[in-house]
Ligand binder design. Structure first.
Ligand code: ARG
Length: 458
């Protein structure tokens, strides 16, 4: 079929060129936004007297009919169309005849596609945000259950100080909360309407861009028509926010993978979120967590791909920009999939509190508290640190632990040691005394949980 834009050329493009040029197989995802944008545009054209009120009504009815037919499945996309915009206009014209041809007055596909993608992505942000909230709830509930379960806290992956599992989990809740915030921030900047920028320079018609923007739920209009049609910074920003969110999920996944190993056995994933091996009968593999970790690379790739597409483009629209969609769609799909699987995986994960406690009992994890004990008895911290280090060295040499050294052995290092040392270095005390805000004590973790819940209810 000759192209809708046939005129200067005969529009009879080579089939290879058609296939190469076509974007309908992925931009058809934006059919709803495209049609709703056109409804607002037709209404504006009618309200401003650019077309008659009757024509505007006919266009709107026609567009709504197409939307309805697509949704109920009685109309299929014509994959020979160049893109979703051409498909809708072609369908409208075939249904309405000449009136259909009036829709594209005071508009270009350049502002149309910029509009569609903003509307489409702001909806995806809402879906992704809802999934992040569900994950935060799953993480916070688990943390509540385990606010007193002692585990080793690590630095350099070496046992460092005792913490609670609830405290560890709440770190992820805080990260995810910021991810939510980043998405809402991104949506704020995205939510400005480019429609009416037209091809690049605006239009000679007496349009009302605010009318369209308001009808479509935007907070305002893009203030420069070149910018409106040619920037995709909002997509790059979304991809950055999603990359950071995936980085958090990936770190969390890495820990779940480690914790599920026999070396740690801090957690046991439920059978429904693990897989077996085709050859090794004993295996129970944390594939979901591994895939989330793997898919993180894919989302980073999507971000890089978009930034690279944009980096050398002169203003305003260039066809390169058609390449903006697949990366951002892929990242949204990936993020949604990962989040959807993560929340129930966390919910169903059981925690091996005894193993965690046992691990916390090794590694002289309470050595800082030993030093703090001496500080509280009057020694300067550096001296206390040195003595505690020497005591640890003695324990290692003699195969002992701090809890089993006798008081006279302690006294060989300092007269300040008394019977109360044993209570001071018990893991429970180490945890319960860390009441500083944000710390690992049960009361601190409880206030972290309360904070997160309040943020979610805002
Ligand atoms: N499919 C195109 C895209 O995604 C729509 C805009 C085309 N504009 C143009 N002047 N060829 O970017």
């Amino acid at each position: 079929m000759a192209k809708m834009w046939a005129g200067r050329t005969d529009g009879n493009t080579n089939k290879l060129a058609d296939d190469f040029n076509s974007s309908i197989h992925f931009d058809c995802k934006m059919y709803k936004q495209d049609i709703l944008g056109s409804v607002a545009h037709a209404a504006m054209l009618g309200a401003k007297g650019i077309i008659s009120g009757a024509d505007a009504d006919t266009l709107i009815e026609g567009l709504e009919g197409i939307l309805n037919d697509l949704e109920i499945g009685t109309l299929e996309f014509d994959m020979t169309c160049e893109d979703i915009h051409m498909f809708v206009e072609q369908e409208l014209t075939s249904r309405l005849g000449d009136v259909g041809k009036k829709l594209h007055t005071a508009r270009s596909r350049n502002d149309q596609v910029a509009l569609d993608i903003r509307m489409y992505l702001r909806d995806r942000i809402d879906t992704i945000s809802a999934l992040i909230r569900e994950l935060i709830i799953a993480v916070t509930n688990k943390a509540e259950e385990h606010k007193a379960s002692i585990m080793p806290g690590y630095t350099h992956l070496q046992r460092a100080q005792p913490i609670t599992f609830g405290h560890h989990l709440m770190a992820y809740a805080m990260m995810l909360l910021r991810d939510l915030d980043r998405l809402s921030d991104c949506k704020k900047r995205m939510n400005f309407s480019p429609i009416g920028c037209c091809a690049l320079a605006g239009t000679t018609y007496d349009t009302d861009r605010h009318f369209e923007a308001e009808k479509l739920g935007f907070d305002g209009i893009c203030r420069n028509s070149l910018d409106g049609v040619s920037d995709r910074d909002f997509s790059a920003e979304l991809l950055s926010a999603l990359s950071i969110m995936m980085m958090h999920l990936s770190r969390f996944s890495e820990e779940i993978i480690l914790w599920s190993s026999w070396e740690f056995k801090f957690v046991e994933l439920s059978d429904s979120f693990t897989t077996g091996s085709s050859i090794m009968p004993q295996k129970k593999n944390p594939d979901m967590a591994e895939l989330v970790r793997g898919k993180t690379g894919r989302v980073y790739g999507d971000l890089m791909s978009l930034l690279t597409v944009l980096k050398g483009l002169p203003l305003a629209y260039n066809k390169d920009m058609q390449e903006d969609k697949e990366s951002v769609f892929d990242a949204c799909d990936t993020a949604e999939m990962c989040l959807s699987v993560f929340a129930p995986m966390i919910h169903e994960m059981s925690i091996c509190t005894d193993n965690m406690k046992k691990a916390a009992q090794g590694g002289f994890i309470n050595a800082t508290d030993l030093a703090d004990y001496l500080v509280k008895k009057g020694l300067p911290f550096r001296s206390a640190y040195k003595i505690s280090g020497q005591i640890v060295a003695k324990c290692i040499a003699e195969g002992k632990i701090l809890e089993t050294l006798t008081l006279s052995e302690y006294k060989e290092f300092s007269d300040l040691f008394e019977d109360d040392i044993y209570n001071e270095i018990s893991l429970e005390t180490c945890v319960s005394k860390r009441i500083s805000e944000g710390g690992t004590s049960v009361s601190s973790v409880e206030s972290q949980i309360a904070f997160v819940k309040a943020e979610l209810n805002k």
